[in-house]
Design a binder for this molecule. Structure first.
Ligand code: ATP
Ligand code: MG
Length: 244
């Protein structure tokens, strides 16, 4: 469903993505982990071309995304949800309006969009706040709105860039529990999650990719990469797991 070959990205001559290859199957949950600045956000943003790659091929459901016009990419983005670290919500709109916006853009009538938004909000336990302005919510609640906004489009792929990194530690659990429910509940939607949450990644991901200096340096099932790591990142995470 997603196949990326030799993805490359540089900024002002500095290589940030150095030949990324990955294949993601329908319903597969992938976690990408690695040190700050190694290129995780750049990678995940290149997938739906929020960041323009310099080279490489990106096939999504057989379509060559690297060759599509911006207009065609807009249509593809309706099928690829994105959850941002800093939420990217419209604070002056209500929760329901934020979630419904993508559907309205897609051409749904407003009543239908609100109905679907309400159902998506139920999945993140937030339907009781549907009419509240986003500006009044806690960080954890905002991120649950961000997740509902991705879910409402019933996408084939959801990309999540450190969805809990800017949350109060007490609120992180709520968001991770919801993501775990969603990940376990889906058979067709794939997810790529950039995260430092090792316990979560170990429990939920089908496959882990460790990234360093713009390359995937190790990948495999959580059992393999955390129990018998070969890369320095894997070894660090194993120490962390043993410490906990
Ligand atoms: N728009 C940009 N212009 C120039 N350099 C950039 C830009 N975006 C990212 N970079 C650089 O690319 C490198 C990788 O950045 P990226 O944000 O992808 O890393 P990351 O792994 O997501 O880090 P973090 O864990 O801190 O979020 C960094 O050196 C960063 O400074
Ligand atoms: Mg990042």
């Amino acid at each position: 469903m997603l196949n990326i070959k030799n993805l490359q990205k540089s900024y002002h001559g500095d290589i940030v993505l150095d030949g990324i290859n990955i294949e993601v199957k329908p319903g597969e949950i992938v976690a990408v982990m690695g040190p700050s600045g190694c290129g995780k956000s750049t990678f995940i943003r290149c997938i739906n071309r929020l960041v323009e790659p310099n080279d490489g091929e990106i096939y999504y459901k057989g379509q060559p995304l690297h060759e599509l016009s911006e207009k065609d990419m807009e249509a593809v983005r309706m099928d690829i949800g994105f959850v941002f670290q800093h939420f990217n919500l419209i604070e002056r709109l209500t929760v329901k309006q934020n979630v419904a916006l993508g559907l309205v853009k897609k051409g749904h009538v407003i009543e239908e969009a609100y109905e679907k938004a309400y159902l998506a909000l139920e999945k993140v336990n937030l339907s009781q706040l549907a009419e509240v302005k986003v500006g009044q919510l806690s960080g954890g609640e905002k991120q649950r709105v961000g997740i509902a906004r991705a879910l409402v489009l019933e996408p084939g792929l959801i990309l999540l860039d450190e969805p809990t990194a800017s949350l109060d530690p007490i609120l992180v659990r709520d968001v991770l529990d919801i993501l775990e429910d969603i990940a376990r509940g889906t058979k067709t939607t794939s997810m790529i999650i950039v995260t430092h949450e090792v316990t979560f990644a170990r429990r939920v991901a089908d496959k882990i990719y460790f990234m360093d200096q713009g390359k995937f340096i190790e990948s495999g099932t959580p059992e393999k990469v955390f129990n018998e790591p070969v890369s320095w990142i894997g070894k660090k995470y194993r120490e962390l797991i043993n410490y906990c």
